[in-house]
Design a protein. Structure first.
Length: 314
Protein backbone atom coordinates (compact mmCIF):
# COMPACT_ATOMS: atom_id res chain seq x y z
CA UNK A 1 0.00 0.00 0.00
CA UNK A 2 1.31 3.45 -0.90
CA UNK A 3 2.31 5.66 2.02
CA UNK A 4 0.12 8.49 0.70
CA UNK A 5 -2.94 6.29 0.36
CA UNK A 6 -2.39 5.05 3.91
CA UNK A 7 -3.18 8.50 5.24
CA UNK A 8 -6.52 8.87 3.49
CA UNK A 9 -7.71 5.26 3.69
CA UNK A 10 -7.02 4.49 7.36
CA UNK A 11 -8.35 7.70 8.92
CA UNK A 12 -12.07 7.29 7.99
CA UNK A 13 -12.04 3.47 8.28
CA UNK A 14 -14.30 3.34 11.31
CA UNK A 15 -16.69 5.88 9.81
CA UNK A 16 -16.82 3.85 6.61
CA UNK A 17 -17.65 0.66 8.54
CA UNK A 18 -20.44 2.29 10.50
CA UNK A 19 -21.84 3.91 7.36
CA UNK A 20 -21.86 0.59 5.52
CA UNK A 21 -23.64 -1.13 8.39
CA UNK A 22 -26.32 1.54 8.35
CA UNK A 23 -26.59 1.37 4.55
CA UNK A 24 -27.31 -2.37 4.47
CA UNK A 25 -29.13 -2.65 7.82
CA UNK A 26 -32.70 -2.89 6.46
CA UNK A 27 -31.91 -4.50 3.12
CA UNK A 28 -32.58 -8.13 2.25
CA UNK A 29 -30.20 -10.04 0.03
CA UNK A 30 -30.75 -13.27 -1.84
CA UNK A 31 -27.15 -13.87 -2.88
CA UNK A 32 -23.57 -12.90 -2.25
CA UNK A 33 -23.66 -11.04 -5.56
CA UNK A 34 -26.40 -8.75 -4.25
CA UNK A 35 -24.40 -8.11 -1.08
CA UNK A 36 -21.33 -7.22 -3.14
CA UNK A 37 -23.37 -4.93 -5.35
CA UNK A 38 -24.68 -3.09 -2.29
CA UNK A 39 -21.17 -2.74 -0.87
CA UNK A 40 -19.92 -1.42 -4.22
CA UNK A 41 -22.73 1.12 -4.40
CA UNK A 42 -22.08 2.35 -0.86
CA UNK A 43 -18.32 2.58 -1.56
CA UNK A 44 -18.98 4.66 -4.68
CA UNK A 45 -21.28 7.00 -2.77
CA UNK A 46 -18.86 7.24 0.16
CA UNK A 47 -15.83 8.01 -1.98
CA UNK A 48 -17.72 10.83 -3.70
CA UNK A 49 -19.21 12.37 -0.55
CA UNK A 50 -17.57 15.53 0.86
CA UNK A 51 -16.07 14.94 4.31
CA UNK A 52 -15.75 17.44 7.13
CA UNK A 53 -12.28 16.10 7.96
CA UNK A 54 -11.22 17.00 4.41
CA UNK A 55 -12.87 20.45 4.63
CA UNK A 56 -15.43 19.60 1.95
CA UNK A 57 -13.34 17.37 -0.31
CA UNK A 58 -14.42 13.81 -1.00
CA UNK A 59 -12.01 10.85 -0.61
CA UNK A 60 -11.81 10.61 -4.39
CA UNK A 61 -10.95 14.29 -4.72
CA UNK A 62 -8.33 14.00 -1.99
CA UNK A 63 -6.86 10.98 -3.77
CA UNK A 64 -6.56 12.99 -6.99
CA UNK A 65 -4.94 15.90 -5.12
CA UNK A 66 -2.34 13.64 -3.53
CA UNK A 67 -1.59 11.31 -6.42
CA UNK A 68 -2.18 13.48 -9.49
CA UNK A 69 -1.97 17.16 -8.49
CA UNK A 70 -0.99 18.26 -12.00
CA UNK A 71 -3.23 15.92 -13.93
CA UNK A 72 -6.69 16.21 -12.39
CA UNK A 73 -8.57 18.92 -14.30
CA UNK A 74 -11.86 17.66 -12.88
CA UNK A 75 -10.60 18.70 -9.43
CA UNK A 76 -8.03 21.44 -9.95
CA UNK A 77 -6.64 23.47 -12.82
CA UNK A 78 -4.01 26.18 -13.24
CA UNK A 79 -4.62 29.50 -14.95
CA UNK A 80 -1.69 30.13 -17.28
CA UNK A 81 -2.83 33.72 -17.83
CA UNK A 82 -2.28 34.63 -14.16
CA UNK A 83 0.30 37.29 -13.29
CA UNK A 84 3.13 35.73 -11.30
CA UNK A 85 4.49 37.89 -8.44
CA UNK A 86 8.11 38.34 -9.52
CA UNK A 87 8.90 39.75 -6.07
CA UNK A 88 7.85 36.61 -4.17
CA UNK A 89 10.93 35.85 -2.03
CA UNK A 90 12.05 32.60 -3.68
CA UNK A 91 11.24 33.78 -7.20
CA UNK A 92 13.06 37.08 -6.71
CA UNK A 93 16.09 35.21 -5.38
CA UNK A 94 16.01 32.84 -8.36
CA UNK A 95 15.97 35.73 -10.82
CA UNK A 96 18.78 37.54 -9.03
CA UNK A 97 20.93 34.40 -8.99
CA UNK A 98 20.45 33.87 -12.72
CA UNK A 99 21.12 37.55 -13.38
CA UNK A 100 24.39 37.56 -11.43
CA UNK A 101 25.64 34.41 -13.17
CA UNK A 102 24.60 35.69 -16.59
CA UNK A 103 26.22 39.10 -16.08
CA UNK A 104 29.52 37.40 -15.31
CA UNK A 105 29.13 34.98 -18.22
CA UNK A 106 29.44 32.14 -15.75
CA UNK A 107 30.72 31.94 -12.16
CA UNK A 108 33.40 29.56 -10.94
CA UNK A 109 32.19 27.10 -8.31
CA UNK A 110 34.04 26.41 -5.06
CA UNK A 111 36.08 23.27 -4.49
CA UNK A 112 32.95 21.69 -2.95
CA UNK A 113 30.82 22.64 -5.98
CA UNK A 114 28.95 25.51 -4.35
CA UNK A 115 28.45 29.16 -5.21
CA UNK A 116 31.33 31.46 -4.23
CA UNK A 117 31.18 33.10 -0.84
CA UNK A 118 31.16 36.72 -1.98
CA UNK A 119 28.19 36.12 -4.27
CA UNK A 120 26.31 34.41 -1.44
CA UNK A 121 27.01 37.32 0.88
CA UNK A 122 25.80 39.83 -1.69
CA UNK A 123 22.56 37.95 -2.38
CA UNK A 124 21.92 37.33 1.31
CA UNK A 125 22.13 41.03 2.10
CA UNK A 126 19.61 41.74 -0.68
CA UNK A 127 17.28 38.94 0.41
CA UNK A 128 16.71 39.96 4.04
CA UNK A 129 15.61 43.26 5.43
CA UNK A 130 18.12 45.11 7.56
CA UNK A 131 16.71 43.91 10.90
CA UNK A 132 16.57 40.24 9.90
CA UNK A 133 20.03 40.42 8.41
CA UNK A 134 21.48 41.82 11.63
CA UNK A 135 19.88 38.98 13.62
CA UNK A 136 21.09 36.30 11.21
CA UNK A 137 24.66 37.61 11.03
CA UNK A 138 24.97 38.59 14.69
CA UNK A 139 27.34 35.66 15.29
CA UNK A 140 29.55 36.30 12.30
CA UNK A 141 29.71 36.71 8.54
CA UNK A 142 28.47 34.09 6.10
CA UNK A 143 31.24 31.68 5.14
CA UNK A 144 29.60 29.35 2.59
CA UNK A 145 26.51 28.78 0.45
CA UNK A 146 25.28 26.16 2.94
CA UNK A 147 24.82 28.88 5.57
CA UNK A 148 22.34 30.70 3.32
CA UNK A 149 19.81 27.89 3.12
CA UNK A 150 17.30 29.79 1.01
CA UNK A 151 19.90 30.43 -1.69
CA UNK A 152 21.21 26.87 -1.46
CA UNK A 153 17.70 25.51 -2.10
CA UNK A 154 17.09 27.97 -4.94
CA UNK A 155 20.36 26.95 -6.57
CA UNK A 156 19.36 23.27 -6.37
CA UNK A 157 15.93 24.05 -7.83
CA UNK A 158 17.51 26.14 -10.61
CA UNK A 159 19.66 23.17 -11.62
CA UNK A 160 16.73 20.74 -11.39
CA UNK A 161 14.52 23.05 -13.45
CA UNK A 162 17.19 23.46 -16.13
CA UNK A 163 17.99 27.17 -15.62
CA UNK A 164 21.65 26.75 -14.70
CA UNK A 165 24.17 23.96 -15.14
CA UNK A 166 27.77 23.17 -14.36
CA UNK A 167 30.25 23.48 -17.23
CA UNK A 168 33.99 23.09 -16.62
CA UNK A 169 33.57 23.81 -12.91
CA UNK A 170 31.55 26.94 -13.61
CA UNK A 171 27.87 27.75 -13.12
CA UNK A 172 26.40 28.96 -16.40
CA UNK A 173 22.89 30.05 -17.35
CA UNK A 174 21.18 27.76 -19.87
CA UNK A 175 19.07 28.80 -22.83
CA UNK A 176 15.94 28.21 -20.74
CA UNK A 177 17.41 30.36 -17.98
CA UNK A 178 18.18 33.19 -20.39
CA UNK A 179 14.58 33.11 -21.62
CA UNK A 180 13.44 33.35 -18.00
CA UNK A 181 15.57 36.45 -17.52
CA UNK A 182 14.31 37.97 -20.76
CA UNK A 183 10.58 37.41 -20.26
CA UNK A 184 10.29 37.05 -16.49
CA UNK A 185 8.54 34.17 -14.76
CA UNK A 186 5.36 33.48 -16.69
CA UNK A 187 2.55 31.35 -15.26
CA UNK A 188 3.60 28.50 -17.54
CA UNK A 189 7.18 28.70 -16.30
CA UNK A 190 6.00 29.03 -12.71
CA UNK A 191 4.04 25.81 -13.13
CA UNK A 192 7.28 24.13 -14.19
CA UNK A 193 9.05 25.48 -11.09
CA UNK A 194 6.12 24.32 -8.93
CA UNK A 195 6.37 20.80 -10.33
CA UNK A 196 10.08 20.66 -9.63
CA UNK A 197 9.75 22.00 -6.10
CA UNK A 198 6.80 19.82 -5.09
CA UNK A 199 7.57 16.58 -6.94
CA UNK A 200 11.37 16.41 -7.27
CA UNK A 201 12.93 18.40 -4.46
CA UNK A 202 12.79 16.96 -0.93
CA UNK A 203 11.18 19.48 1.43
CA UNK A 204 12.70 17.73 4.44
CA UNK A 205 16.20 18.57 3.23
CA UNK A 206 18.18 20.49 5.85
CA UNK A 207 15.32 21.77 8.04
CA UNK A 208 15.95 19.53 11.07
CA UNK A 209 12.46 18.03 11.27
CA UNK A 210 11.56 14.37 10.60
CA UNK A 211 10.61 13.41 7.04
CA UNK A 212 6.80 13.73 7.36
CA UNK A 213 6.36 13.17 3.57
CA UNK A 214 2.61 13.82 3.69
CA UNK A 215 3.32 17.54 4.30
CA UNK A 216 4.94 17.81 0.89
CA UNK A 217 2.62 15.38 -0.87
CA UNK A 218 -0.40 17.38 0.30
CA UNK A 219 0.91 20.72 -0.96
CA UNK A 220 -2.23 21.16 -3.04
CA UNK A 221 -4.42 20.56 0.01
CA UNK A 222 -2.54 23.40 1.71
CA UNK A 223 -3.42 25.68 -1.22
CA UNK A 224 -7.01 24.44 -1.04
CA UNK A 225 -7.18 25.42 2.64
CA UNK A 226 -5.77 28.86 1.88
CA UNK A 227 -8.28 29.40 -0.90
CA UNK A 228 -11.17 28.23 1.25
CA UNK A 229 -10.34 30.01 4.51
CA UNK A 230 -7.72 32.61 3.62
CA UNK A 231 -9.91 35.67 3.06
CA UNK A 232 -8.55 37.12 6.31
CA UNK A 233 -5.32 36.86 8.29
CA UNK A 234 -5.15 33.77 10.52
CA UNK A 235 -2.63 32.18 12.83
CA UNK A 236 -0.59 29.36 11.26
CA UNK A 237 -2.01 26.97 13.84
CA UNK A 238 -5.44 27.34 12.25
CA UNK A 239 -4.09 25.62 9.12
CA UNK A 240 -1.84 23.12 10.88
CA UNK A 241 -4.82 21.95 12.95
CA UNK A 242 -6.86 21.36 9.77
CA UNK A 243 -3.91 19.46 8.31
CA UNK A 244 -3.74 17.11 11.31
CA UNK A 245 -7.51 16.70 11.24
CA UNK A 246 -7.23 15.47 7.65
CA UNK A 247 -4.16 13.28 8.26
CA UNK A 248 -4.10 12.31 11.97
CA UNK A 249 -1.88 9.29 11.33
CA UNK A 250 1.04 11.64 10.70
CA UNK A 251 1.29 11.98 14.50
CA UNK A 252 2.50 8.38 14.65
CA UNK A 253 5.61 9.40 12.71
CA UNK A 254 6.69 11.85 15.40
CA UNK A 255 8.34 9.10 17.44
CA UNK A 256 11.04 11.36 18.93
CA UNK A 257 9.41 14.76 19.29
CA UNK A 258 11.65 17.81 19.05
CA UNK A 259 9.13 19.67 21.19
CA UNK A 260 6.81 18.57 23.98
CA UNK A 261 4.45 16.36 21.96
CA UNK A 262 3.97 14.76 18.51
CA UNK A 263 1.21 17.28 17.77
CA UNK A 264 3.48 20.28 18.42
CA UNK A 265 6.22 18.63 16.38
CA UNK A 266 3.95 18.10 13.37
CA UNK A 267 2.37 21.54 13.65
CA UNK A 268 5.75 23.22 13.87
CA UNK A 269 7.01 21.34 10.84
CA UNK A 270 3.86 22.03 8.80
CA UNK A 271 3.87 25.73 9.64
CA UNK A 272 7.55 26.06 8.72
CA UNK A 273 7.64 23.76 5.69
CA UNK A 274 4.21 24.17 4.07
CA UNK A 275 3.19 27.68 5.10
CA UNK A 276 6.37 29.69 5.47
CA UNK A 277 8.80 28.05 3.03
CA UNK A 278 6.18 27.10 0.45
CA UNK A 279 3.00 29.18 0.53
CA UNK A 280 4.58 32.49 1.59
CA UNK A 281 7.95 32.19 -0.12
CA UNK A 282 6.38 31.26 -3.47
CA UNK A 283 3.74 33.98 -3.42
CA UNK A 284 0.63 31.97 -2.55
CA UNK A 285 0.10 33.74 0.78
CA UNK A 286 0.66 37.20 2.24
CA UNK A 287 2.32 37.37 5.66
CA UNK A 288 2.30 39.86 8.50
CA UNK A 289 4.87 39.57 11.28
CA UNK A 290 3.72 39.42 14.88
CA UNK A 291 7.24 39.54 16.29
CA UNK A 292 10.17 41.54 14.99
CA UNK A 293 12.79 38.85 15.59
CA UNK A 294 13.34 36.70 12.51
CA UNK A 295 14.01 33.47 14.43
CA UNK A 296 10.73 33.56 16.36
CA UNK A 297 8.83 33.25 13.08
CA UNK A 298 5.54 34.40 14.61
CA UNK A 299 3.25 35.55 11.87
CA UNK A 300 -0.27 35.54 10.45
CA UNK A 301 -1.14 34.87 6.84
CA UNK A 302 -3.93 34.98 4.27
CA UNK A 303 -4.27 33.93 0.65
CA UNK A 304 -2.67 36.12 -1.98
CA UNK A 305 -4.28 37.52 -5.09
CA UNK A 306 -1.96 35.29 -7.11
CA UNK A 307 -3.36 32.15 -5.44
CA UNK A 308 -6.89 33.29 -6.22
CA UNK A 309 -6.02 33.73 -9.90
CA UNK A 310 -3.62 30.86 -10.50
CA UNK A 311 -5.13 27.82 -8.75
CA UNK A 312 -8.69 26.94 -9.68
CA UNK A 313 -10.41 24.25 -7.64
CA UNK A 314 -13.48 22.79 -9.32
Amino acid sequence: MSKIWYYISMNPQERFRKGLEKFIANKKFNSLEEVQAAVDEFTRQYNNTPLDDFCGLSPNEMWRILYHPFNSPEVVDFNLDAQVPQDAPRLKLLLRLLQKIDESEGIKSTAKGNLPRNLCRELEKEYYNEEDYSHIRSLGALMSEMEFVELHVVRIIAVMAGYIRKYRKRFVVTKRGKLLLKHGITAKEFLHILRVYTRDFNWAYSDGYPEFPIIQNSFLFTLYLLKKFGDRYSEPEFYSSLFIKAYPDVLEEATNPLYTSPEKDVKGCYEFRALRRFAIEFGFADMQRKESTYYLQKFVLKRSRFLEEFVIFK
